[in-house]
Design a protein around this ligand. Structure first.
Ligand code: GAL
Length: 828
């Protein structure tokens, strides 16, 4: 190299290095907090799983997370959608994780990348591809070289992709933390010594990838340094990291819960969720992530199981469709802004906690410049009045008050001052949309094929379903012939077909006719199907269709739990002495076919298919494909399709799956909170505050706007059980009313949150009104002109802001002992 070239090269190197060091962010940690460029930080993060929404939804979801006071977005990486077939990768559409991370970066937020690649997450098979299960000699999540090679291969691939896009903080990107494995500590003891070795191997493997940002292992108290152990749960205030040099981090604060087919709707109150967060920060926590901040939708066959529903709403701060779930979103936002404002004192201050008895304690954080206080009352029933530094404070039961200057209460977790939104569904507003849709239909092709015993391969054995299908479809046909001749002891009898299956759904056919269907109850999968059947003398064809509804995703050795018909499959008759005699068919020659003909022929795609009938629309017909066209609802509000009337199956819009449906699976009648009211006080669990008893566990299915065209759209249904599509209709979701119940001194904002305007104030009272949104009642006292003030401020506007004060709303006739509140219900 000549000297001028060398000089040029050196200058370029310097430019590159200086750019690099300007852009690179150094992430480190100590016993107190995660540090950005040496500065301790408070982190408020939220989980949004990229494949549970669409690329088009990502910017809005992330913007709302930022506006809600979050600084980071957390996501898992879902191996089985990226490597559906070994070494064939897919990062297109809503699987484009790099684009998702860039969207986070563009919004100015940090990212937490939980690679797993075991993720749990109510995701099909916990994120593992089923081909992995079918590799000879494999054992998952333990010291097994077949598994370890594959895990390392995928983890390395993801790390390399993220590096290539310069997305690690060490490269100037948004990713500040990465995770390996997931909650292995919960089940590690079942794996014996190998479990412990596996954790060490995971840690070394992850470390060797050189990402220069910290790695975490959640629920792993023995996480080998430098792995950071973090906490998951409803509450993590009692969590102390084993290693005193790692900060107190909460990777999953469950904002609600997931739902099963046949399950009720879970709810976690804003009061309890904010209580858990405030307690965590009171007790020294500095990193907290909501699982989920946006739950979203299980499109396609990604729902885990068995029996996770298509909706994964989770009662998260952003609902399934991306709307603000109010008051949760807003009540947390206020908390986030406050905690952020206290960042310095929370991460650097001296900490001093005084116990006031009866589960009440005060924590003071002090630096040379300031002091901030938390007054916590973990008593489940008793409000507390305490005197602290000469002032009396009343703290409601199960709440935390935050006094950023140790004098004035700025926030109490049990006092919700933001609006409650009641969401409503509105009928399709598309122009010239006919009242009912016109349907075409065609039968799933079973007559000359599977119901005649025709399959793809045969073996003298009942096969486990994952092994037979590689999870290419939910459906596996088992077919066998049984000869019953005159010599057979069960000849001429009424006999019973008995099938032991590991589920999840079974349809049985004898000699081409359906003889019944049965499915597992929630929480289990094994069951025994029994049905009396008529057999012919000579050859009889037994066809069993086994259907999975999401593969198991959690527990020690969950991956080895069998699916499908493992038998025995027997014909049972009576002997001479009336004793039971049985003919075991389990090792007969069984012929198999994976999937549906309609799946093979892509009937769900928008193509001119021959063979669709326009007349004699059948109802309650099993195994039927239906197709219709429809106009997209006008506007931009989220769209759902109401599938009431249908049984169980799968739905597609313009060729894109909107998931499995099963509206006939009702939630139990019992166990809901009376009038859907629920007491936020006391420890939350997923059996508390349930609604939707006796109703379809899921009736409405999200159709993302980006799946829709302006003109014609196609909806295709595969109906497995039998149903009636005549009631199917499209609706939009919007804020129906916005309510507030804010105390004097606060500012109440009411908003229709989507462009509509407030049309009417149905209720307004500044005084001591009682009740909740939709059912407010006047109390004993109030200001006389609150209603007209609010009407003037709000009607005709998309949103309005009201100072809750006598100056704005007029003086009241309330006595001095009454805490005045403004209760309003505005109609959007
Ligand atoms: C955790 C798990 C998450 C999710 C959650 C329940 O144990 O880490 O992935 O499954 O439970 O929603």
């Amino acid at each position: 190299m000549d000297s001028s070239k060398r000089a040029f090269f050196s200058v370029m190197c310097l430019v590159f290095l200086s750019c690099f060091s300007v852009l690179a962010t150094n992430i480190s940690y100590d016993g107190r907090a995660i540090k950005i460029n040496g500065q301790r930080k408070v982190f408020l993060s939220g989980s949004i799983h990229y494949p549970r929404s669409t690329q088009e939804m990502w910017p809005d979801l992330i913007r709302k997370a930022k506006e809600g006071g979050l600084d980071s977005i957390e996501t898992y990486v879902f191996w089985n959608i990226h490597e559906p077939i070994r070494r064939q990768y897919d990062f297109t559409g809503n699987k484009d994780i790099i684009r998702f991370l860039k969207t986070i970066q563009d919004a100015g937020l940090y990212a937490i990348l939980r690679i797993g690649p075991y993720v749990c997450a109510e995701w099909n098979y916990g994120g593992f591809p089923v081909w992995l299960h079918n590799m000879p000699g494999v054992e998952l999540r333990t010291m097994n070289s077949v598994y370890q090679n594959e895990m390392q291969n995928f983890t390395t691939l993801i790390v390399d992709m993220v590096k290539q896009a310069n997305l690690f903080a060490s490269q100037g990107g948004p990713v500040i933390i990465a995770q390996i494995e997931n909650e292995y500590g919960n089940i590690m003891s079942s794996y014996g010594d190998a479990g412990k070795q596996y954790v060490n191997w995971c840690a070394n493997m992850a470390e060797s990838l050189g990402i220069d940002v910290p790695w975490i292992m959640c629920q792993q108290s023995d996480a080998p340094p430098p792995m950071i152990n973090t906490c998951n749960g409803w509450y993590c205030d009692n969590f102390t990291p084993t290693n005193p040099n790692t900060p107190k981090m909460w990777t999953e604060n469950w904002t609600g819960w997931f739902k099963n087919w046949g399950g009720k709707d879970p709810h976690r109150t804003a009061e309890d969720l904010s209580f858990s967060v405030a307690r965590f920060f009171q007790t020294g926590g500095t990193f907290q992530n909501y699982y989920m901040y946006h739950g979203g939708t299980n499109f396609g066959r990604v729902a885990g199981g068995p029996y996770i529903t298509t909706t994964y709403d989770y009662d998260a701060p952003l609902d399934e469709f991306g709307n603000l779930n109010q008051p949760k979103w807003g009540h947390l936002k206020e908390l986030h802004l406050l905690l952020k404002s206290m960042e310095k004192v929370l991460t650097c201050g001296d900490v001093n906690t005084t116990d006031f008895g009866n589960s009440v304690n005060v924590t003071v954080y002090t630096t040379s410049e300031t002091s901030s206080c938390f007054i916590g009352n973990a008593n489940e029933t008793t409000d507390a009045t305490i005197t602290f530094q000469g002032t009396q404070y009343t703290v409601p039961a199960w709440s935390v008050s935050i006094l950023p200057d140790c004098k004035t209460e700025v926030y109490n977790t049990a006092k919700v001052n933001v609006q409650t939104s009641i969401m409503v569904k509105k009928p399709n507003g598309a122009e010239d949309e006919p009242r009912s849709l016109r349907w075409e239909w065609r039968p799933e092709d079973v007559r000359d094929t599977t119901l005649h015993g025709k399959g793809a391969f045969a073996i003298n054995q009942l096969l486990e379903q994952k092994q037979a299908t590689d999870d290419a479809s939910d459906y596996l046909w088992y077919m066998t012939n049984v000869n019953i001749d005159k010599q057979d002891p069960i000849f001429g009898q009424d006999i019973t077909l008995r099938v032991n299956t590991t589920g999840h759904v079974l349809h049985a056919f004898v000699n081409g006719k359906s003889i019944g269907s049965q499915w597992a109850k929630i929480g289990g999968s094994n069951f025994v199907f029994e049905q009396n059947i008529k057999v012919n003398s000579g050859k009889n064809l037994i066809v069993l269709l086994s259907v999975t509804v999401g593969l198991k995703n959690y527990g020690a050795f969950y991956d080895t739990a069998p699916d499908g018909i493992l038998g025995p499959v027997v014909l049972v008759g009576k002997g001479k002495m009336d004793e039971e005699i049985s003919k075991d068919l389990s090792s007969y020659k069984w012929t198999y076919k994976v999937g549906l003909h309609g799946e093979e022929r892509h009937l769900y795609e928008v193509q001119p298919h021959k063979g669709w009938h326009t007349k004699d629309l059948p109802t309650n017909r099993m195994m039927t494909w239906y197709k219709t066209s429809f106009k997209a609802p006008l506007g931009t509000e989220p769209v759902v399709v109401d599938l009431q009337g249908l049984g169980k199956g799968h739905a597609w819009v313009n060729g894109q799956s909107i998931g499995r449906y099963w509206p006939t699976f009702l939630a139990d009648e019992d166990g809901c909170s009376i009038d859907s009211k629920c007491d936020y006080r006391g420890a939350y669990s997923n059996t508390k505050c349930l609604t939707n008893c006796g109703q379809p566990s899921q009736r409405y299915y999200h159709v993302p706007r980006s799946f829709l065209h302006d003109d014609e759209n196609t909806l295709v249904l595969f109906e497995e059980l039998g149903g009636n599509p005549s009631f199917v209709n499209f609706q939009t979701i919007t804020v129906g009313s916005a309510c507030g119940n804010a105390e004097q001194g606060k500012t109440l904002e009411l908003s229709c949150q989507g462009g509509r305007t407030i049309s009417q104030i149905r209720f307004a009272s500044f005084g001591d009104a009682q009740g909740t949104c939709g059912a407010f009642e006047k109390g004993t006292c109030e200001a006389s002109n609150a209603l007209s003030v609010i009407e003037k401020a709000c009607v005709g506007k998309e949103s309005c802001t009201i100072d809750v004060s006598e100056a704005t709303l007029g003086s009241t006739n309330c006595g001095s002992g009454i805490t005045k509140r403004l209760a309003v219900e505005a109609i959007c």
